[in-house]
Write a protein that binds this ligand. Structure first.
Ligand code: E4P
Length: 223
């Protein structure tokens, strides 16, 4: 299971990478635009925080394959490290994936709403497919079911492409895609924090300390 952070906000990335066992960062043009900073220096700042080995997923903006390919080359040259180029699963996107794959690009096919889009992207050579779980559920189709069907199709077709489930609004959605076999999820900081929170845990910790202090007084184990 791989956990990624779906943000380009520098302070959140620093804090979250200190705390959690994270495998990378995902961005998209909307996430980048929120920061309103120089695009390449922002991505390089993220790269410096997370290190060369962690995944950094960056999306192309173009709608036609030729320009997508140019943008992919540009991003790979300017950012480097373990970079994944995110390409939406339009017909032009699939064409770009087919062209880039033989040239050693790591690719995440994104904006996936149906199992057939994922299968097509996987056959074109995508390393990850990214179904948008909550956005799918907002169209009256179960996002979880779509993820389950994608996993089934990839397995049936002996494809090595992994599922990076994205677009979550609650931790139950994250839990369900994980249970159904998604190999990776990307979530905003607020949801990542919630994956650990439980009143039972914090109450237990408070009780341990209270019991200890009743006998030994305030302090810690090292003195
Ligand atoms: C990640 O790669 C996606 O772009 C993102 O998770 C979409 O999430 P949203 O539906 O919350 O915008």
């Amino acid at each position: 299971m791989q956990y990624l952070l779906d943000t380009a906000e520098i302070e959140s990335i620093k804090k979250a990478f200190e705390l959690y066992p994270l495998d990378g960062v995902t961005t998209n043009p909307s996430i980048i635009a929120k920061e309103n900073k120089d695009f390449i220096s922002l991505l390089n700042q993220i790269r410096n925080i997370i290190g060369e080995d962690k995944m950094l997923h960056v999306q192309v903006l173009a709608k036609n394959a030729e320009q997508m390919i140019k943008e992919a080359k540009y991003l790979k040259n300017k950012i480097g490290g373990n970079i994944y180029i995110k390409i939406p699963v339009t017909a032009q996107g699939i064409k770009a994936i087919k062209s880039l794959k033989p040239h050693n690009y790591q690719i995440t096919a994104t904006a996936i709403f149906t199992p057939q889009q994922a299968l097509m992207a996987a056959k074109a050579g995508a390393d990850f497919v990214a179904p948008y779980v909550n956005r799918i559920s907002n169209t009256n189709v179960s996002g979880i079911k779509v993820v389950r069907e994608i996993i089934h199709l990839l397995k049936e077709n002996n494809l090595k492409t992994k599922v990076l489930a994205a677009s979550f609004k609650n931790i139950q959605q994250i839990h369900e895609v994980t249970l159904n076999g998604a190999q990776a999820i990307t979530a905003p900081v607020e949801l990542t924090e919630k994956l650990l929170e439980h009143s039972g845990t914090s109450n237990s910790v408070e009780e341990f300390i209270k019991d200890w202090e009743t006998i030994y007084g305030k302090g810690n184990l090292t003195y």
